[in-house]
Design a protein around this ligand. Structure first.
Ligand code: PAN
Ligand code: ZN
Length: 191
């Protein structure tokens, strides 16, 4: 056993910025253009507007050892791709038995969850929402507001991120704009 030392990180509720800075990953439209239901709209935006930033996440990297708890923030910019709101890629944990906690810091979001057996869930989040991602549930967050949606998460160091099936099939539920408001739609890939 090696002993870790305690420390504190300041988190910007509106920006998600970590102080002192830690690892930061940005995902642009080109990183996930195939994940939006309207791929033609994604290609049109890439050609006309360029490679927009969809979300970024910053987290405290910790040794991959049992009991270590990496944590950090995610900021999803407002907007949509062909009527589907900006979202994270989403993933299962490679170790399916590992859960996670999300805590809303600012803005309005939707947390989509699903299991490999076909169960689905969609939870609204805002500042102060503590959402529980139980073991075995894939999870994706979506910005359904006009401002940045920012949340904080804590997961187990060995959970691992398995993006493969989501990259191939997406989530069963899509969060789309209907009459200017968010609504759930069925992903035709699962029909
Ligand atoms: C989160 C996510 C973060 C980015 O910290 O990793 O919101 O989403 P993607 O990993 O789906 O791109 C988490 O769930 N960690 O386990
Ligand atoms: Zn996760």
């Amino acid at each position: 056993m090696s002993l870790s030392l305690p420390f504190v990180t300041q988190v910007g509720f509106d920006s998600g910025t970590l102080r002192p800075p830690h690892k930061r990953i940005q995902r642009r439209l080109s990183d996930m253009a195939l994940m939006y239901a309207d791929r033609a709209a994604a290609q049109r935006i890439l050609a006309q507007e360029g490679d927009r930033l969809i979300y970024e996440y910053q987290f405290v990297e910790l040794p991959s050892a049992e009991g270590q708890l990496p944590h950090g923030s995610t900021r999803i910019l407002p907007g949509d791709i062909g009527g589907e709101y900006h979202m994270t890629k989403g993933h299962y944990h490679a170790r399916r038995e590992q859960g996670e906690v999300y805590f809303g810091l600012s803005g309005r979001g939707m947390l989509l969850l699903q299991t490999e057996q076909g169960a689905t869930s969609a939870l609204e989040m805002s500042a102060g929402s503590a959402a529980y991602v139980p073991p075995y549930w894939a999870h994706r967050t979506v910005n359904i507001g006009a401002e940045d949606f920012v949340f904080f998460s804590v997961w187990e160091a060995r959970a691992g991120h398995d993006y493969a099936s989501i990259e191939r099939d997406g989530f069963r539920q899509l969060v789309v704009m209907r009459d200017g408001a968010p609504a759930l739609a069925q992903n035709p890939k699962y029909a």
